[in-house]
Write a new protein. Structure first.
Lengths: 112, 116
């Protein structure tokens, strides 16, 4: 059963605007949430993470928001740049788990 | 060379062949992972190794056989695969597997496997 869901397979945003990527999860025991970015022909690279004790974490143009009551997190990219065009994966883990649980990914296209 | 290196990048094999995927990390990490990415599916965990000991085998068919001879190398031995096993196979590593849950993994570029 899929515990991490990214329901939007793709998103298109104009350069300079805000990109918002969403992720929902079903396991209330998740302790950590991570976002990865993947370019074609490359492996995923770690972008930003957040602990379940926080509701926001910011790193430059990237901010992740966590809403535990809704079991929802989102990644905001502002301003969006063409180089941000990639597939973004949401992942989550529990303290007692063995590995990360990933969503299917959302393909972001930032147009000039 | 730094990071996580996977070879080959592409592999086409018949259903009766035996082949191996190789992963090497130069990061001094103690945990290594195999993930499978099929079209339109999430990344699926296959195997986890911590200090060369397998700590998780996620109900993977026996036609996939992992080997971790040391903390820097991880192999995935393949035999009698099916066409539905065609996918991108990703290797990853982390400082140790608990740390990976918090700060994430370093992934290789993957091996694109096609079974014909």
């Amino acid at each position: 059963d899929q515990q991490v869901k990214q329901n939007s397979p793709s998103l298109s945003v104009q350069e300079g605007r805000i990109s918002i990527l969403n992720c929902d999860y079903t396991n209330s025991m998740f302790d950590y949430f991570l976002w990865y970015k993947k370019y074609p022909a490359e492996g995923p690279t770690f972008l930003i993470s957040i602990s379940s004790i926080k509701d926001k974490n910011e790193d430059g143009r990237f901010t992740v928001f966590l809403n535990k009551s809704a079991k929802h997190l989102s990644l905001h990219i502002v301003p969006s740049q063409p180089g941000d065009s990639a597939v973004y994966f949401c992942a989550a883990s529990t303290n007692s788990g063995y590995a990360l649980n990933f969503g299917k990914g959302t393909s972001l296209l930032v147009t000039p | 060379e730094t990071g996580v290196t996977q070879t080959p990048r592409h592999l086409v094999m018949g259903m009766t062949n035996k082949k191996s995927l190789k992963c090497e990390q130069h990061l001094g990490h103690n945990a290594m992972y195999w993930y499978k990415q099929s079209a339109k599916k999430p990344l699926e965990l296959m195997f986890v190794y911590s200090l060369e000991e397998r700590v998780e085998n996620n109900s993977v068919p026996s036609r996939f056989s992992p080997e971790c001879p040391n903390s820097s190398h991880l192999f995935l031995h393949l035999h009698t695969l099916q066409p539905e096993d065609s996918a991108l196979y990703l290797c990853a590593s982390s400082q140790e597997y608990r740390a990976g849950l918090i700060i994430g993994y370093t992934f290789g570029s993957g091996t694109r496997l096609t079974v014909v």
